[in-house]
Design a protein around this ligand. Structure first.
Ligand code: NDP
Length: 247
């Protein structure tokens, strides 16, 4: 088992990619904190984790609210005594062309995706520094590397996560804390299931591996970054995109 008895906090862990990361980590021996705005679905995911024989805690946590995030981390320390892994997965989109994008659309996406990531990293950094160990993984996007029509807010938030990751990696390296980002491309989720066949065909033409990724593909890279196998890797962004973006 790659994560035996590690404690992992996964934001937006109730469903989608976050849920896949939670289940993958639990199968590798980790106890999981499912932190999400939707407590009911978070509790359901926590029950699924307990079925695998691991401990789970569902927390109602809006990552934009630092007081709630700090309170959540204190609850984790009370229950488990430590936090080994943070996965910043909570994220939203509010797409619009820049000429039409409202202040509210810009602020909402930057607040959840970028400020939320900052809030969670800040809240776990003190216990991780004390422990002299930690793994911080933030879910960015290939849109943060290449930009996209109608996604100025999302692209800026994800590019911000990549720069934040490099800074955190430098600041915390001396305390044995690794910080890396994962940049998924097009992943089979509820969002991509709704796209028309025509749009899907165009997307596939741009992907050298000619298929969409799965939440499990993203979870496997997170598992590697959370495990000791990646102990000499920090400050990096790993794309999981079937070859769409090549450095
Ligand atoms: P989902 O919308 O399926 O899941 C996101 C989860 O985050 C939901 O449970 C959502 O709750 C929760 N959430 C939203 N806002 C907050 C908040 N303020 N605080 C805490 N939790 C919150 O998204 P995906 O699984 O598709 O995406 C997960 C991550 O991967 C995101 O960061 C996304 O940007 C990134 N990504 C996804 C890609 C894809 O193809 N799907 C591609 C590239 C990157 P609720 O539903 O109740 O709002």
């Amino acid at each position: 088992m790659k994560l035996r008895d590690k404690v992992a906090l996964i934001t937006g862990g109730a469903r989608g990619i976050g849920q896949a990361i939670a289940m993958t980590f639990a199968k590798e021996g980790a106890d999981i904190v499912v932190a999400d705005v939707n407590l009911e679905i978070a509790q359901k995911t926590a029950q699924d984790i307990e079925v695998l024989g691991r401990k789970a805690l569902a927390l109602e946590m809006d990552v934009t609210d630092y007081v709630k995030v700090e309170d959540g981390v204190n609850k984790i320390l009370d229950k488990f005594g430590k936090v080994d892994i943070l996965v910043n997965n909570a994220g939203i989109t509010k797409d619009n062309l820049i000429i039409r994008m409202s202040q509210a659309e810009w602020d909402a996406v930057i607040n959840v995706n970028l400020k939320g990531t900052f809030n969670c990293i800040k809240a776990v950094s003190r216990p991780m520094v004390k422990q002299r160990s930690g793994k911080i993984i933030s879910i960015a996007s290939i849109i943060g590397l290449m930009g996209n029509f109608g996604q100025a807010n999302y692209a800026a938030s994800k590019a911000g996560i990549i720069a934040l990751t490099k800074t955190v990696a430098k600041e915390l390296a001396s305390r044995n804390i690794n910080a890396n980002a994962v940049a998924p491309g097009f992943i089979q989720t509820e969002m991509t299931a709704k796209l028309s066949e025509d749009v899907k065909k165009k997307m596939l033409e741009a992907i050298p591996l000619s298929k969409l990724g799965t939440p499990g593909d993203v979870a496997n890279v997170c598992l590697f970054l959370a495990s000791e196998e990646s102990s000499y890797i920090t400050g990096q962004t790993i794309t999981v995109d079937g070859g769409m973006v090549m450095a």
